[in-house]
Design a binder for this molecule. Structure first.
Ligand SMILES: O=C(O)CCC(=O)C(=O)O
Ligand SMILES: [Fe+2]
Length: 252
């Protein structure tokens, strides 16, 4: 039986592609269907429960698709692969599926970037974030620095916005526009999907103590060509026959 759609209609043409390549991220507000939001909330609650019993080296939040069949079924979902291929081109591999649930009081995460093909711009790596119940900028909200990915630096790090401004950001400009690089705090209504190139500097604000859990999962895909540090997939899962995922699961 074909899988039900996960996305509403959307456009990702030349203009949108330009924005992604210039900013380093692209947001589709409310793209997830309500059926998908509901199923993901169930799956992510399941993962959060499992996470209370730690499993060293095979954590449910880091290997989420290996613990939940609905999350697994989205790896080769035709709309997921279509979007990943619009970004990366035809030749892609699955990299990871990590749940990013942030209960009230969660501290968020400081500024960082990730790596892949640091010296090979022909190799792309994209994160596809599903912000199931969305977020406000000051409440478990994703922040980014448009243009930062063009530096292709994998180890940007700063604890606070001030530290980033005084550190890595100081004196840097957007390579295409020449404008000074600046922090952008995003907002996301429920069902938002966000694309982000792996080298983009990003951070997440604290979840307010009284807020409900922010439900979020990220699926990452890349062009094959180099080893990947974030490729969290067990040998068993790599070998598991998953309908539609043929050829997607290997490193190369
Ligand atoms: O929790 C988030 O919104 C972002 C997490 C993150 O930095 C990542 O998955 O790379
Ligand atoms: Fe990150």
């Amino acid at each position: 039986m074909p899988q039900p759609p996960i996305f509403h209609d959307y456009t990702f043409g030349e203009q949108e592609r330009k924005t992604l390549d210039s900013d380093g991220h692209f947001v589709f507000p409310g793209l997830l269907t309500s059926d998908t939001q509901e199923k993901l909330t169930n799956s992510l609650s399941h993962i959060l429960e499992l996470s209370h019993t730690p499993k060293q080296g095979h954590e449910p939040n880091r290997f989420s698709a290996e613990y939940d069949s609905y999350l697994e079924s989205l790896i080769p979902h035709p709309q997921m692969l279509e979007l990943a291929r619009k970004v990366l081109g035809e030749d892609i591999r699955y990299d990871h599926c990590v749940s990013l649930n942030r209960p009230g009081g969660n501290r968020g995460i400081g500024w960082h970037s990730h790596g892949y093909g640091d010296n090979n711009p022909s190799l792309g790596f994209v994160r596809i974030f599903f912000y199931v119940n969305g977020f406000e900028p000051d409440d478990g909200g994703l922040k980014a620095v448009p243009g930062s990915h063009l530096y292709r630096e994998s180890k940007i790090q700063a604890r606070t916005d001030e530290d980033l401004r005084e550190g890595w950001l100081a004196g840097k400009t957007h390579p295409e526009t020449g404008e000074p690089l600046e922090i952008e705090a995003l907002s996301a209504p429920p069902g938002t999907v966000a694309l982000m190139w792996t080298h983009a500097a990003h951070a997440v604000s604290e979840r307010k103590p009284d807020s409900s859990t922010r439900w979020c999962v990220v699926y990452a895909y890349r062009n094959p060509g180099e080893p990947s540090g974030a490729r969290w997939i067990t040998p068993e899962f790599e070998k598991k026959p998953i309908l539609g995922a043929e050829g997607l699961m290997s490193l190369y």
